[in-house]
Design a protein around this ligand. Structure first.
Ligand code: GLU
Length: 434
Protein backbone atom coordinates (compact mmCIF):
# COMPACT_ATOMS: atom_id res chain seq x y z
CA UNK A 1 0.00 0.00 0.00
CA UNK A 2 1.41 3.41 -0.89
CA UNK A 3 1.35 6.16 1.67
CA UNK A 4 2.11 9.69 0.57
CA UNK A 5 2.66 12.26 3.26
CA UNK A 6 1.73 15.89 3.10
CA UNK A 7 2.44 18.95 5.22
CA UNK A 8 -0.45 20.25 7.26
CA UNK A 9 -0.50 23.11 9.74
CA UNK A 10 0.64 21.38 12.90
CA UNK A 11 3.76 20.28 14.66
CA UNK A 12 2.89 16.72 13.67
CA UNK A 13 4.14 17.41 10.16
CA UNK A 14 3.63 14.15 8.31
CA UNK A 15 0.07 12.97 7.99
CA UNK A 16 -0.79 10.06 5.68
CA UNK A 17 -3.29 11.16 3.07
CA UNK A 18 -3.34 8.23 0.68
CA UNK A 19 -4.39 4.67 1.03
CA UNK A 20 -7.95 5.08 2.32
CA UNK A 21 -9.30 3.70 -0.97
CA UNK A 22 -7.14 0.60 -0.59
CA UNK A 23 -8.56 0.12 2.90
CA UNK A 24 -12.20 0.53 2.06
CA UNK A 25 -11.93 -1.74 -0.98
CA UNK A 26 -10.09 -4.42 0.95
CA UNK A 27 -12.67 -4.27 3.74
CA UNK A 28 -15.50 -4.42 1.20
CA UNK A 29 -14.05 -7.28 -0.82
CA UNK A 30 -13.31 -9.43 2.19
CA UNK A 31 -16.92 -9.09 3.41
CA UNK A 32 -18.19 -9.62 -0.17
CA UNK A 33 -16.24 -12.90 -0.29
CA UNK A 34 -17.77 -13.98 2.98
CA UNK A 35 -21.35 -13.48 1.80
CA UNK A 36 -20.55 -14.65 -1.72
CA UNK A 37 -21.83 -11.38 -3.16
CA UNK A 38 -23.17 -11.62 -6.71
CA UNK A 39 -20.27 -10.71 -9.06
CA UNK A 40 -22.34 -8.13 -10.96
CA UNK A 41 -23.24 -6.31 -7.78
CA UNK A 42 -19.65 -6.46 -6.63
CA UNK A 43 -18.64 -4.68 -9.84
CA UNK A 44 -21.18 -1.92 -9.22
CA UNK A 45 -20.20 -1.36 -5.59
CA UNK A 46 -16.47 -1.40 -6.28
CA UNK A 47 -16.80 1.86 -8.16
CA UNK A 48 -18.45 5.23 -7.58
CA UNK A 49 -21.56 6.38 -9.51
CA UNK A 50 -20.58 10.03 -10.02
CA UNK A 51 -17.59 12.19 -9.27
CA UNK A 52 -18.03 15.93 -9.41
CA UNK A 53 -14.99 18.22 -9.36
CA UNK A 54 -15.56 21.96 -9.45
CA UNK A 55 -13.02 24.77 -9.69
CA UNK A 56 -14.37 28.11 -8.59
CA UNK A 57 -13.04 31.61 -7.92
CA UNK A 58 -13.47 33.42 -4.61
CA UNK A 59 -12.57 36.99 -3.68
CA UNK A 60 -10.27 37.11 -0.63
CA UNK A 61 -10.39 39.92 1.96
CA UNK A 62 -7.37 41.62 0.33
CA UNK A 63 -9.08 41.76 -3.06
CA UNK A 64 -7.09 38.90 -4.59
CA UNK A 65 -9.09 36.16 -6.36
CA UNK A 66 -8.19 32.59 -5.45
CA UNK A 67 -9.27 29.44 -7.23
CA UNK A 68 -10.48 26.55 -5.08
CA UNK A 69 -11.18 22.96 -6.03
CA UNK A 70 -14.19 21.24 -4.50
CA UNK A 71 -15.22 17.59 -4.68
CA UNK A 72 -18.44 15.66 -4.32
CA UNK A 73 -18.33 11.92 -4.90
CA UNK A 74 -21.62 10.02 -5.12
CA UNK A 75 -20.84 6.39 -4.55
CA UNK A 76 -24.17 4.60 -4.57
CA UNK A 77 -27.88 5.44 -4.32
CA UNK A 78 -29.56 2.04 -4.50
CA UNK A 79 -31.23 2.65 -1.14
CA UNK A 80 -32.00 6.37 -1.46
CA UNK A 81 -30.44 9.81 -1.96
CA UNK A 82 -26.69 10.15 -1.55
CA UNK A 83 -25.84 11.21 2.00
CA UNK A 84 -22.62 12.30 3.65
CA UNK A 85 -20.51 15.17 4.85
CA UNK A 86 -18.37 17.89 3.35
CA UNK A 87 -14.93 18.31 4.86
CA UNK A 88 -12.54 21.25 4.67
CA UNK A 89 -9.02 19.94 5.12
CA UNK A 90 -5.66 19.88 3.31
CA UNK A 91 -6.00 16.09 2.87
CA UNK A 92 -9.20 16.31 0.80
CA UNK A 93 -8.69 14.96 -2.72
CA UNK A 94 -10.54 12.70 -5.09
CA UNK A 95 -9.12 9.53 -3.52
CA UNK A 96 -10.17 10.57 -0.01
CA UNK A 97 -13.63 11.65 -1.22
CA UNK A 98 -14.15 8.31 -2.98
CA UNK A 99 -13.18 6.26 0.05
CA UNK A 100 -15.24 8.40 2.42
CA UNK A 101 -18.26 8.23 0.08
CA UNK A 102 -18.03 4.42 0.05
CA UNK A 103 -17.91 4.34 3.84
CA UNK A 104 -21.12 6.39 3.87
CA UNK A 105 -22.87 3.84 1.64
CA UNK A 106 -22.08 1.05 4.10
CA UNK A 107 -22.90 3.25 7.10
CA UNK A 108 -26.36 4.34 5.92
CA UNK A 109 -27.21 0.83 4.78
CA UNK A 110 -26.15 -0.73 8.08
CA UNK A 111 -28.18 1.86 10.01
CA UNK A 112 -31.25 0.90 7.98
CA UNK A 113 -31.67 4.41 6.56
CA UNK A 114 -33.25 5.20 3.17
CA UNK A 115 -29.98 6.69 1.90
CA UNK A 116 -26.97 5.94 -0.23
CA UNK A 117 -23.47 7.31 0.27
CA UNK A 118 -21.61 10.44 -0.81
CA UNK A 119 -18.83 12.65 0.48
CA UNK A 120 -16.89 15.70 -0.58
CA UNK A 121 -15.19 18.87 0.47
CA UNK A 122 -12.50 21.35 -0.35
CA UNK A 123 -8.77 20.97 -0.02
CA UNK A 124 -7.94 23.84 2.31
CA UNK A 125 -6.82 24.65 5.82
CA UNK A 126 -9.72 26.69 7.22
CA UNK A 127 -7.54 28.27 9.92
CA UNK A 128 -5.86 30.29 7.15
CA UNK A 129 -9.09 32.05 6.16
CA UNK A 130 -11.29 34.67 7.80
CA UNK A 131 -14.92 33.92 8.62
CA UNK A 132 -15.99 36.13 5.72
CA UNK A 133 -13.70 34.26 3.31
CA UNK A 134 -15.01 30.89 4.53
CA UNK A 135 -18.55 32.08 3.97
CA UNK A 136 -17.79 33.16 0.40
CA UNK A 137 -15.89 29.93 -0.29
CA UNK A 138 -18.82 27.87 1.02
CA UNK A 139 -21.45 29.83 -0.88
CA UNK A 140 -19.51 29.70 -4.13
CA UNK A 141 -18.89 25.95 -3.70
CA UNK A 142 -22.63 25.42 -3.11
CA UNK A 143 -23.47 27.45 -6.21
CA UNK A 144 -21.05 25.33 -8.24
CA UNK A 145 -22.57 22.10 -6.87
CA UNK A 146 -26.20 23.22 -6.97
CA UNK A 147 -27.35 21.03 -9.88
CA UNK A 148 -25.78 17.98 -8.29
CA UNK A 149 -27.19 18.18 -4.77
CA UNK A 150 -30.78 18.37 -3.55
CA UNK A 151 -33.03 17.26 -0.67
CA UNK A 152 -34.13 14.14 -2.54
CA UNK A 153 -30.91 13.60 -4.45
CA UNK A 154 -27.74 14.31 -2.46
CA UNK A 155 -27.77 15.72 1.06
CA UNK A 156 -24.48 17.03 2.51
CA UNK A 157 -23.78 17.42 6.24
CA UNK A 158 -20.94 18.57 8.50
CA UNK A 159 -17.67 16.66 8.63
CA UNK A 160 -14.09 17.56 9.58
CA UNK A 161 -13.79 21.38 9.97
CA UNK A 162 -17.33 22.13 8.82
CA UNK A 163 -20.19 22.84 11.21
CA UNK A 164 -23.73 24.10 11.57
CA UNK A 165 -22.70 27.55 10.35
CA UNK A 166 -21.29 26.04 7.16
CA UNK A 167 -24.57 24.15 6.67
CA UNK A 168 -26.63 27.32 7.21
CA UNK A 169 -24.67 29.04 4.41
CA UNK A 170 -25.17 26.05 2.13
CA UNK A 171 -28.90 25.84 2.82
CA UNK A 172 -29.35 29.59 2.28
CA UNK A 173 -27.33 29.60 -0.95
CA UNK A 174 -29.01 26.49 -2.33
CA UNK A 175 -32.49 27.82 -1.52
CA UNK A 176 -31.62 31.11 -3.24
CA UNK A 177 -30.92 29.23 -6.47
CA UNK A 178 -34.44 27.67 -6.53
CA UNK A 179 -37.63 29.27 -7.93
CA UNK A 180 -39.26 31.44 -5.21
CA UNK A 181 -42.15 29.06 -4.45
CA UNK A 182 -39.77 26.15 -3.86
CA UNK A 183 -37.20 27.87 -1.68
CA UNK A 184 -38.23 27.05 1.86
CA UNK A 185 -39.30 23.55 0.84
CA UNK A 186 -35.64 22.85 0.12
CA UNK A 187 -34.05 23.47 3.52
CA UNK A 188 -33.38 19.73 3.97
CA UNK A 189 -30.81 19.91 1.18
CA UNK A 190 -28.34 19.76 4.07
CA UNK A 191 -28.52 18.41 7.62
CA UNK A 192 -26.60 19.56 10.64
CA UNK A 193 -28.02 23.08 10.38
CA UNK A 194 -28.30 25.41 13.40
CA UNK A 195 -31.46 24.75 15.43
CA UNK A 196 -32.76 28.23 14.58
CA UNK A 197 -32.64 27.36 10.86
CA UNK A 198 -34.28 23.96 10.61
CA UNK A 199 -31.56 22.08 12.52
CA UNK A 200 -32.31 19.24 14.90
CA UNK A 201 -31.96 19.56 18.68
CA UNK A 202 -29.09 17.25 19.62
CA UNK A 203 -27.62 16.82 16.11
CA UNK A 204 -24.44 18.49 17.44
CA UNK A 205 -23.84 15.67 19.96
CA UNK A 206 -25.31 12.81 17.93
CA UNK A 207 -22.04 11.36 16.62
CA UNK A 208 -20.20 11.55 19.95
CA UNK A 209 -23.22 10.23 21.81
CA UNK A 210 -23.43 7.32 19.39
CA UNK A 211 -19.74 6.53 19.95
CA UNK A 212 -20.34 6.54 23.69
CA UNK A 213 -23.43 4.32 23.34
CA UNK A 214 -21.49 1.75 21.35
CA UNK A 215 -18.86 1.66 24.10
CA UNK A 216 -21.60 1.28 26.70
CA UNK A 217 -23.25 -1.58 24.77
CA UNK A 218 -19.85 -3.28 24.49
CA UNK A 219 -19.37 -2.94 28.26
CA UNK A 220 -22.85 -4.35 28.90
CA UNK A 221 -22.10 -7.37 26.69
CA UNK A 222 -18.97 -7.96 28.77
CA UNK A 223 -20.77 -7.38 32.09
CA UNK A 224 -18.48 -4.47 32.77
CA UNK A 225 -19.09 -0.93 33.94
CA UNK A 226 -17.50 2.19 32.45
CA UNK A 227 -16.96 3.59 35.95
CA UNK A 228 -13.23 4.21 36.41
CA UNK A 229 -12.29 3.04 32.90
CA UNK A 230 -9.42 5.06 31.39
CA UNK A 231 -9.86 6.32 27.84
CA UNK A 232 -7.80 8.28 25.32
CA UNK A 233 -9.14 10.43 22.47
CA UNK A 234 -7.49 11.49 19.25
CA UNK A 235 -9.15 14.64 17.95
CA UNK A 236 -10.99 17.06 20.22
CA UNK A 237 -13.49 18.44 17.73
CA UNK A 238 -17.19 17.81 17.81
CA UNK A 239 -16.96 13.99 17.95
CA UNK A 240 -14.05 13.74 20.37
CA UNK A 241 -15.52 16.31 22.73
CA UNK A 242 -19.03 14.86 22.92
CA UNK A 243 -17.83 11.26 23.20
CA UNK A 244 -15.57 12.37 26.10
CA UNK A 245 -18.41 14.32 27.69
CA UNK A 246 -20.71 11.27 27.83
CA UNK A 247 -17.88 8.92 28.88
CA UNK A 248 -17.03 11.23 31.78
CA UNK A 249 -20.71 11.41 32.80
CA UNK A 250 -20.66 7.61 33.05
CA UNK A 251 -17.65 7.74 35.39
CA UNK A 252 -14.86 6.99 32.88
CA UNK A 253 -11.58 8.96 33.06
CA UNK A 254 -10.01 10.83 30.12
CA UNK A 255 -6.24 10.24 30.45
CA UNK A 256 -4.78 11.48 27.14
CA UNK A 257 -5.82 13.61 24.18
CA UNK A 258 -4.17 14.40 20.88
CA UNK A 259 -5.08 16.99 18.27
CA UNK A 260 -3.34 18.37 15.19
CA UNK A 261 -1.11 20.57 17.35
CA UNK A 262 0.05 18.24 20.12
CA UNK A 263 -0.73 15.67 22.78
CA UNK A 264 -1.45 15.91 26.50
CA UNK A 265 -1.71 13.37 29.28
CA UNK A 266 -2.86 13.18 32.87
CA UNK A 267 -3.24 9.74 34.48
CA UNK A 268 -5.45 11.26 37.19
CA UNK A 269 -7.93 12.43 34.58
CA UNK A 270 -8.49 15.48 32.37
CA UNK A 271 -11.66 17.42 33.08
CA UNK A 272 -13.62 17.43 29.81
CA UNK A 273 -15.43 20.73 30.34
CA UNK A 274 -12.18 22.49 31.35
CA UNK A 275 -10.50 21.17 28.23
CA UNK A 276 -13.47 22.27 26.12
CA UNK A 277 -13.22 25.81 27.54
CA UNK A 278 -9.47 25.89 27.01
CA UNK A 279 -9.35 24.33 23.57
CA UNK A 280 -12.59 24.87 21.70
CA UNK A 281 -13.65 28.18 23.23
CA UNK A 282 -10.27 29.87 23.67
CA UNK A 283 -7.07 28.51 22.13
CA UNK A 284 -8.19 26.40 19.17
CA UNK A 285 -6.03 23.52 20.43
CA UNK A 286 -5.52 21.32 23.47
CA UNK A 287 -1.82 22.16 23.38
CA UNK A 288 -0.62 23.92 26.53
CA UNK A 289 -3.65 22.89 28.63
CA UNK A 290 -2.40 23.67 32.16
CA UNK A 291 -4.02 20.72 33.97
CA UNK A 292 -2.07 18.05 32.03
CA UNK A 293 1.47 17.13 30.99
CA UNK A 294 2.70 17.47 27.48
CA UNK A 295 3.12 14.12 25.74
CA UNK A 296 5.25 13.19 22.71
CA UNK A 297 2.94 12.70 19.75
CA UNK A 298 4.54 9.34 18.99
CA UNK A 299 3.70 8.10 22.48
CA UNK A 300 0.01 8.97 22.35
CA UNK A 301 -1.26 5.60 21.14
CA UNK A 302 0.86 3.65 23.63
CA UNK A 303 -0.69 5.45 26.64
CA UNK A 304 -1.92 3.06 29.35
CA UNK A 305 -5.71 2.93 29.01
CA UNK A 306 -8.72 0.66 28.59
CA UNK A 307 -10.46 2.33 25.66
CA UNK A 308 -9.14 4.27 22.68
CA UNK A 309 -11.33 6.63 20.66
CA UNK A 310 -9.73 7.79 17.40
CA UNK A 311 -11.92 10.74 16.41
CA UNK A 312 -9.80 12.66 13.93
CA UNK A 313 -8.63 11.55 10.49
CA UNK A 314 -8.16 8.31 8.57
CA UNK A 315 -5.13 6.00 8.62
CA UNK A 316 -4.00 6.84 12.15
CA UNK A 317 -3.67 3.28 13.53
CA UNK A 318 -1.25 1.43 11.29
CA UNK A 319 1.39 -1.27 11.50
CA UNK A 320 3.72 1.39 12.94
CA UNK A 321 1.76 1.87 16.17
CA UNK A 322 -0.85 -0.92 16.43
CA UNK A 323 1.29 -3.32 18.44
CA UNK A 324 2.02 -0.67 21.09
CA UNK A 325 -1.67 0.08 21.76
CA UNK A 326 -2.67 -0.80 25.32
CA UNK A 327 -6.44 -0.38 25.00
CA UNK A 328 -8.59 -3.48 24.75
CA UNK A 329 -11.28 -1.61 22.87
CA UNK A 330 -10.99 0.77 19.91
CA UNK A 331 -14.15 2.78 19.24
CA UNK A 332 -13.83 4.44 15.85
CA UNK A 333 -15.27 7.94 16.02
CA UNK A 334 -13.40 8.93 12.85
CA UNK A 335 -13.90 7.43 9.40
CA UNK A 336 -11.22 4.92 8.47
CA UNK A 337 -8.86 5.56 11.42
CA UNK A 338 -7.52 1.98 11.44
CA UNK A 339 -5.94 0.70 8.27
CA UNK A 340 -6.08 -2.94 7.23
CA UNK A 341 -2.55 -3.77 8.43
CA UNK A 342 -3.08 -2.05 11.78
CA UNK A 343 -6.35 -3.88 12.25
CA UNK A 344 -4.77 -7.26 11.60
CA UNK A 345 -2.24 -6.67 14.38
CA UNK A 346 -4.94 -5.50 16.80
CA UNK A 347 -7.23 -8.46 16.10
CA UNK A 348 -4.34 -10.88 16.65
CA UNK A 349 -3.73 -9.19 20.01
CA UNK A 350 -7.39 -9.75 20.90
CA UNK A 351 -8.31 -6.06 20.77
CA UNK A 352 -11.96 -5.42 19.93
CA UNK A 353 -12.67 -2.77 17.29
CA UNK A 354 -16.11 -1.18 16.98
CA UNK A 355 -15.91 -0.17 13.32
CA UNK A 356 -16.54 3.35 12.07
CA UNK A 357 -19.60 2.44 10.00
CA UNK A 358 -21.30 1.32 13.20
CA UNK A 359 -19.54 3.35 15.88
CA UNK A 360 -19.90 6.84 14.38
CA UNK A 361 -23.27 6.30 12.69
CA UNK A 362 -25.08 8.40 15.32
CA UNK A 363 -24.28 11.47 13.22
CA UNK A 364 -26.01 10.32 10.09
CA UNK A 365 -28.89 8.85 12.09
CA UNK A 366 -29.30 12.32 13.65
CA UNK A 367 -29.17 13.75 10.12
CA UNK A 368 -31.96 11.43 9.06
CA UNK A 369 -34.09 12.67 11.96
CA UNK A 370 -33.40 16.27 10.92
CA UNK A 371 -34.34 15.49 7.32
CA UNK A 372 -37.61 13.89 8.45
CA UNK A 373 -38.33 16.82 10.75
CA UNK A 374 -37.88 19.28 7.86
CA UNK A 375 -39.78 17.17 5.35
CA UNK A 376 -42.75 16.84 7.71
CA UNK A 377 -42.68 20.42 8.98
CA UNK A 378 -42.09 19.24 12.56
CA UNK A 379 -39.91 20.37 15.47
CA UNK A 380 -38.57 17.55 17.63
CA UNK A 381 -37.60 17.91 21.30
CA UNK A 382 -34.12 16.99 22.55
CA UNK A 383 -35.25 14.12 24.80
CA UNK A 384 -37.25 12.62 21.94
CA UNK A 385 -34.20 12.80 19.66
CA UNK A 386 -31.89 11.21 22.22
CA UNK A 387 -34.34 8.38 22.90
CA UNK A 388 -34.79 7.64 19.20
CA UNK A 389 -31.03 7.73 18.70
CA UNK A 390 -30.50 5.36 21.60
CA UNK A 391 -32.99 2.87 20.19
CA UNK A 392 -31.54 2.97 16.67
CA UNK A 393 -27.93 2.64 17.86
CA UNK A 394 -28.81 -0.27 20.13
CA UNK A 395 -30.56 -2.12 17.29
CA UNK A 396 -27.53 -1.69 15.03
CA UNK A 397 -25.05 -2.75 17.69
CA UNK A 398 -27.00 -5.90 18.58
CA UNK A 399 -27.49 -6.81 14.92
CA UNK A 400 -23.74 -6.55 14.22
CA UNK A 401 -22.66 -8.19 17.46
CA UNK A 402 -25.01 -11.17 17.03
CA UNK A 403 -24.04 -11.66 13.39
CA UNK A 404 -20.34 -11.55 14.27
CA UNK A 405 -20.85 -14.24 16.92
CA UNK A 406 -22.98 -16.39 14.63
CA UNK A 407 -20.53 -16.19 11.72
CA UNK A 408 -17.32 -16.09 13.75
CA UNK A 409 -16.35 -12.72 12.28
CA UNK A 410 -14.72 -9.58 13.63
CA UNK A 411 -17.18 -6.70 14.09
CA UNK A 412 -16.05 -4.80 10.99
CA UNK A 413 -16.51 -7.70 8.60
CA UNK A 414 -19.85 -8.49 10.24
CA UNK A 415 -21.00 -4.87 9.84
CA UNK A 416 -19.94 -4.83 6.18
CA UNK A 417 -21.73 -8.13 5.46
CA UNK A 418 -25.01 -6.79 6.83
CA UNK A 419 -24.62 -3.46 5.02
CA UNK A 420 -23.81 -5.07 1.67
CA UNK A 421 -26.60 -7.65 1.90
CA UNK A 422 -29.20 -4.89 2.20
CA UNK A 423 -27.91 -3.22 -0.98
CA UNK A 424 -27.63 -6.55 -2.78
CA UNK A 425 -31.28 -7.24 -2.01
CA UNK A 426 -32.34 -3.90 -3.53
CA UNK A 427 -30.40 -4.64 -6.73
CA UNK A 428 -31.79 -8.17 -7.00
CA UNK A 429 -35.34 -6.93 -6.59
CA UNK A 430 -34.99 -4.06 -9.05
CA UNK A 431 -32.63 -5.53 -11.64
CA UNK A 432 -30.22 -3.51 -13.75
CA UNK A 433 -31.63 -1.01 -16.23
CA UNK A 434 -32.27 -1.56 -19.15
N1 GLU B 1 -19.94 13.43 8.35
C1 GLU B 1 -20.68 12.51 9.16
C2 GLU B 1 -20.26 11.08 8.85
O1 GLU B 1 -19.18 10.85 8.38
C3 GLU B 1 -22.19 12.72 9.04
C4 GLU B 1 -22.78 12.50 7.70
C5 GLU B 1 -24.22 12.90 7.56
O2 GLU B 1 -24.83 13.20 8.55
O3 GLU B 1 -24.70 12.90 6.43
O4 GLU B 1 -20.95 10.15 9.14
Amino acid sequence: MTTITKEIKSDRKKVPVKGMMDNVLEQFNSAANHIDLHPNIRKILNITNNEIIVNFPVKMDNGEVKIFTGYRVQHNNALGPYKGGLRYHPTVDIDAARALAMWMTWKTSLAGLPYGGGKGGIQLDPSKYSQGELERITRRFTFALADNIGPEHDIPAPDVNTNSQTMAWIADTYMSTRPPAERTANQHVVTGKPTGSGGLEGRDRATGYGVFLNIKFWAEKNNESLEGKRFIVQGFGNVGYWASYFMEMEGARLVAVQDAFGSIRNPNGINVEDLFNYSILNNGSISGFPEAFELDNEKFYSTECDICIPAALGNQITKENASSIKAKLIAEGANGPTNVEGEKILLEKGVMIIPDILCNSGGVVGSYFEWLQNRNGELWQLDEVMQKLDKKMRESFIKVFDYSEKEGLDLRTAAYCLAIKRIEKAYIQRGIFP
